[in-house]
Design a protein around this ligand. Structure first.
Ligand code: HEM
Ligand SMILES: *[C@@H]1O[C@H](CO)[C@@H](O)[C@H](O)[C@H]1NC(C)=O
Ligand SMILES: *[C@@H]1O[C@H](CO)[C@@H](O)[C@H](O)[C@H]1NC(C)=O
Ligand SMILES: CC(=O)N[C@H]1CO[C@H](CO)[C@@H](O)[C@@H]1O
Ligand SMILES: CC(=O)N[C@H]1CO[C@H](CO)[C@@H](O)[C@@H]1O
Length: 326
């Protein structure tokens, strides 16, 4: 759906978005300093995503991981400088992050056009949005003006990125800690309508849930049987994966919610959305109405997510290379 169309259909959204700039971000921040910035991000992102649509999932997840650790400051992009100074990238939850090369390609283009102006944090937020739109997903406004952080610690990522083994209580706490509600939790988890989950993450869930060679009872037995045909109990296999939304893996639709209500959520963190009245009723409503409000809700929650803990004004820096602190 185009920007114009979504704003036509949801005029209230436009108002909410214009007002949502409490932290000093604004729409079109680079209008005078680098007028083509957003066009360049969009063009390069589209080139990559049209070629490999699956990378849209990679960029969206990377945007989430960036924002939930130290705010949206591109700290997720920083490469480790020494074996004893590990950055967020190297933390366990980051092992399967993908799409770094797209951010680097965008940054190279932007540095050619207007050197030292556009932050990596803005590039990531814009690219995730453009990637999702390229695969016909929802579209949201991205107010800009973020600056890049100088700190990136693996320990922060391990402590703050929600775990796929968490229950609903813990997930709600993780989200509340950054100002996101239970509704944001269920709406943003809808991102699992695209992309993959690696088998090694669910081996215990399938084969040794309580340490007695059992399967998680929250998982549909027939789906567990199917998953076992794909995911063999080999912890050294770090490659094999399954789509999280097996019904329509490439469409940004509400079928992830259908999967969860059928006890076919891939991770415990997906399944547990059934264990809370707010998240459960949202799941059921989207299934019943074929995702009537999902695109609009997703856009609203993303706009909140991409403003978490941003650095503005004179804080932070504009990184020259997204992988390296200046
Ligand atoms: C609620 C807490 C969440 C947990 C515990 C969680 C956990 C995970 C895990 C374990 C994976 C699989 C990674 C892999 O095996 O490669 C994954 C994939 C993914 N997650 Fe989440 N996630 C959460 C919320 C979110 C949010 C809020 C977003 C974005 C708005 C998101 C977007 C994605 C996407 C797009 C993928 C697919 C990545 C790919 O295909 O490369 N997730 N998530
Ligand atoms: C949720 O997980 C936390 C942390 O592991 C645990 O302390 C808590 O008892 C769990 N809550 C429920 C309702 O299972
Ligand atoms: C299952 O878990 C238990 C307890 O953690 C462990 O002792 C056992 O070796 C595991 N079995 C397999 C097959 O991994
Ligand atoms: C994408 C990325 O940087 N992944 C890294 C995650 O962490 C492991 C080690 O913990 C690295 O080997 C990966 O390269
Ligand atoms: C780039 C980066 O974040 N480096 C960190 C290395 O470790 C020290 C001490 O833990 C941090 O202060 C640095 O910021």
């Amino acid at each position: 759906m185009s920007a114009q169309k979504i704003l036509l259909v949801f005029p209230m959204l436009a108002m909410v978005l214009v007002m949502a700039n409490a932290q000093g971000l604004k729409l079109g921040y680079y209008q005078y300093t680098c007028p083509d910035a957003e066009k360049i991000v969009q063009r390069v992102t589209e080139q990559y995503i049209k070629h490999v649509p699956n990378f849209a999932a990679g960029l969206l997840r990377m945007n989430f991981h960036d924002c939930i650790v130290r705010g949206c400051d591109a700290s997720v992009l920083i490469k480790p400088t020494a074996a004893n100074n590990q950055t967020e990238k190297t933390a366990i939850p980051n092992v399967t992050l993908r799409g770094f090369e797209i951010i680097d390609a965008i940054k190279r283009e932007l540095e050619k056009k207007c050197s030292g102006i556009v932050s990596c944090a803005d590039i990531l937020a814009l690219a995730a949005r453009d990637a999702v739109q390229t695969i016909n997903g929802p579209w949201w406004e991205v107010p800009t003006g973020r600056r890049d952080g100088r700190i990136s610690l693996a320990s922060d990522a391990s402590a703050n990125i929600p775990s796929p083994f968490s229950n609903i209580t813990t997930l709600k706490q993780n989200f509340a800690a950054v100002g996101l509600t239970a509704k944001d939790l269920v709406v943003l988890s809808g991102a699992h309508t695209i992309g993959v989950g690696h088998c090694f993450i669910i081996l215990n869930r399938l084969y040794n849930f309580t340490g007695k060679g059992d399967t998680d009872p929250a998982l549909s037995p027939s789906y567990a049987a199917w998953l076992k045909t794909k995911c063999k109990p080999n912890p050294n296999d770090r490659q094999t994966f399954v789509f999280m939304d097996r019904i329509t893996p490439k469409l940004f639709d509400e079928k992830y919610y259908t999967m969860v209500t059928q006890h076919r959520g891939l991770f415990e963190s997906d399944a547990t959305l059934l264990n809370d009245p707010v998240t459960k009723s949202y799941l059921e409503l989207q299934v019943k109405t074929q995702g009537s409000t999902f695109a609009k809700d997703f856009a609203e929650s993303m706009v909140k997510m991409i403003q978490i803990g941003v650095l503005t004004g004179t804080k932070g820096e504009i990184r020259k290379d997204c992988g390296i602190v200046n």
